[in-house]
Write a protein that binds this ligand. Structure first.
Ligand code: ATP
Ligand code: MG
Length: 391
């Protein structure tokens, strides 16, 4: 039997004059997500359909579609000839097969209804009449009883204009959110840790197109650490679409801070440099905001005072989508999106080298600026920006 994937998108963002724009982005993102799996794409009546794919590819297509933001829900349907002249014989066959498989693991009768959508107006019956007639097929299995209001199972039949109908029951949850690209661009500060990939996921979910910057400090950090970050980027890309990754050589800046500034301000000053460099790249690539994986109070560098000191160097808004998340909650999302196992690989991060014994937990901006005044900021940033590698 031929199969079809039915794609529904959220209603809320489609109101008003932005509808065409949102839809064209969503279609582009869907096509990109499944571009190497043979299929045909069509749209009709506020839904999209994937057809003509091989049976073996069905699972892979669903997996990919479940990661496309802006998709509200998905169903896999049987595509059968409508055959109104033959009392909908093919539709009934499909209904019977689905009903029998539902009945297998049910105890007691399943409350059900049949809902018919009829685009083919040449059939001389109303949708409700067709639904009532088709309900008989489901009842024949002996495992169901009709309940139009409080049903456990809804059999849906879309009678289309071209002589075909789609028959299905289950509705799979989509990724929700908004199509990537509809909320501007963001520059993610991507470490190798658990948090920043989750922050990336959440901002992409709200429609941001992502760019990413990673600070690397060879030889203190290894190629393995860099590969890990590239792998994290690849995983997030399944949701967020293509992400350009900038790897910034950070060793000289860290050494200069280490040599010239009080050690308890090491982390704060280092973060200030990260912000400045991220802003410079963000402006070059027309990003409207920075994104970090910070969570309030998680570590010394994530107190209100520390974030005030680091944020002061940013010339763009800094989005911290995890600010109110507990570590457990962040880990749950990381596991769900598939970044967790990569994030916990034990490669050193640039933040773990030259770690002070007692970092300032509540630094004041004045004292940090004073501590930093020993450095020529511009002279340190320029070579770092020149040494950027793009992935
Ligand atoms: P993560 O799990 O994201 O590494 P964390 O809990 O380890 O976060 P920090 O190390 O304090 O926290 O980093 C806070 C944020 O600063 C990170 O979420 C990330 O956005 C940014 N950051 C830290 N280190 C780097 C780095 N080497 N390159 C790019 N961004 C970084
Ligand atoms: Mg980290």
């Amino acid at each position: 039997m031929e199969r079809v994937i039915v794609i529904r998108f959220g209603e809320i963002f489609l109101k008003g004059k932005n509808r065409d724009y949102f839809e064209s982005l969503l279609i582009k993102n869907i096509k990109h997500a499944v571009k190497d799996v043979p299929h045909t794409f069509s749209r009709s009546q506020g839904r999209y359909f994937l057809e003509n794919f091989s049976e073996d590819d069905e699972g892979e297509l669903l997996d990919r579609l479940k990661k496309v933001f802006g998709i509200h829900s998905l169903s896999v349907a049987d595509k059968v000839p409508t055959l109104a002249t033959d009392d909908f014989a093919e539709i009934r066959k499909s209904l019977a097969v689905i009903a029998r498989s539902k009945a297998e693991d049910a105890d007691g009768k399943i409350r059900f209804r049949v809902t018919v959508k009829r685009a083919d107006k040449s059939i001389p019956m109303t949708s409700a009449e067709i639904a009532a007639a088709l309900g008989g097929t489901v009842l024949q299995t002996g495992a169901f009883k009709v309940d139009l209001k409080d049903y456990e199972c809804e059999f849906k039949v879309d009678i289309r204009e071209n002589g075909f109908s789609f028959v299905y029951t289950d509705v799979l949850q989509g990724a929700g959110g908004l199509p990537v690209g509809c909320s501007g661009r963001g520059m993610l500060l991507l470490s190798g840790g658990i948090d920043s990939p989750v922050a990336a996921y959440l901002m992409a979910k709200r429609g941001m197109k992502l760019f990413a910057v990673h600070f690397s400090s060879p030889p203190y950090t290894s190629d393995k650490a860099k590969e890990k970050v590239v792998e994290l980027k690849n995983i997030v890309e399944r949701y967020a679409g293509e992400i350009k990754l900038f790897v910034v050589p950070f060793t000289d800046i860290q050494l200069a801070i280490h040599k010239n500034c009080p050690s308890n301000y090491m982390i704060t000053i280092m973060r200030r440099f990260m912000m400045r460099i991220a802003c410079a790249l963000a402006e070059k690539y027309e990003c409207g905001a920075l994104i970090t994986g910070e969570s309030l109070g998680q570590v010394a560098s994530q107190t209100v005072e520390s974030m005030t000191c680091t944020g002061a160097t940013a010339t763009l808004p800094v989005f911290r989508p995890l600010i109110g998340f507990d570590k457990d909650e962040i880990m749950d999302v990381a596991k769900k999106i598939g970044t967790f196992d990569t994030s916990i690989l034990p490669y050193e991060d640039c933040c773990t080298i030259f770690l002070p014994k007692s970092p300032a937990i509540k630094p004041s901006l004045k004292s940090v600026e004073k501590a930093e005044s020993a450095l020529d900021v511009d002279a340190l940033i320029a070579p770092a920006l020149e040494g950027v590698e793009i992935y």
